[in-house]
Design a binder for this molecule. Structure first.
Ligand SMILES: C[S@@+](CC[C@H](N)C(=O)[O-])C[C@H]1O[C@@H](n2cnc3c(N)ncnc32)[C@H](O)[C@@H]1O
Length: 229
């Protein structure tokens, strides 16, 4: 039978754990709500999965995001790194900020010309600018720059151009930067009823046979490539 002291210690532990859990939950909810005020296409479930994926990442390394647009997903990455107090993790936000060859981009960019100013404003407003290094260039050029700097990634998040050829090129360029055990994530990656079938086709042909799926929410897919990167 447990002594009074043991029961008191257990109850104290339970209270601390439950408060910590509530605190973590509140920060996640705040990040989700903040991100949802920003323009972009990430759904609530996708925001939650991306946030939790980053929060729970193990090991060293940085994060590269291909396709930042106005910063909705960048803010999710930044809030997760900040909230989990992940040390030594830079977020490379890669975008030439002139949009992809998609109707949804054409309409907006006909008015605004570039997404860079909105991106900066949103990343700053979310309090994560100090964690983000913007790379205003093509994804191919960014991969070369990062490789030259010896960067190793814990997460490569691909959400740039959505045609199969471009996504294949992004996978080939960023996969070698992944550290062993690192993760890759893809937005708009749907096998059926896909508005952007090229994303799934590229993933299927370039990576699926040598990757384990570890998370999926709406069109966001998170995988761990097998073997040495
Ligand atoms: C679907 S949007 C990204 C959305 C963003 N992740 C979000 O959550 O709001 C795709 C972005 O990729 C960028 N892009 C397309 N092709 C690119 C390339 N080759 N290099 C760099 N950026 C590219 C576009 O400028 C556009 O901002």
């Amino acid at each position: 039978m447990a002594s009074d002291l043991e029961i008191a210690v257990r109850n104290f532990g339970r209270r601390v754990r439950s408060r910590a859990h509530g605190f973590v939950g509140r920060r996640e909810e705040a990040a989700v709500l903040w991100a949802r005020t920003l323009p972009g296409w990430f759904s609530r479930r996708e925001i939650e999965l991306l946030y939790r994926t980053v929060r729970d990442l193990e090991g060293p390394g940085d994060i590269a995001e291909v396709g930042s647009w106005k910063g909705r997903s960048t803010v999710v990455l930044g809030r997760a790194v900040r909230d989990a107090a992940i040390a030594d993790c830079r977020i490379f936000a890669i975008d030439h900020h002139v949009g992809s060859d998609e109707e949804r981009h054409h309409a907006i960019l006909a008015r605004e010309k570039t997404t860079l100013e909105a991106f900066r404003r949103n990343v700053h407003g979310a309090g994560v600018a100090h964690l983000v290094e913007e790379m205003v260039m093509s994804s191919a050029e960014a991969a070369r720059v990062l490789a030259g700097r010896g960067v190793r990634l814990r997460l490569g998040f691909i959400d740039g151009a959505h045609d199969a050829e471009s996504v294949c090129a992004d996978i080939r360029a960023f996969l070698p930067l992944l550290r062993p055990g690192g993760l890759m994530a893809f937005h708009d990656c749907l096998e059926v009823e896909a508005p952007f079938p090229g994303v799934w086709e590229a993933y299927r042909d370039e990576l699926q046979p040598r990757a384990d799926e570890i998370g999926r929410a709406d069109s966001l897919l998170v995988v761990r490539p097998r073997g040495p990167s």
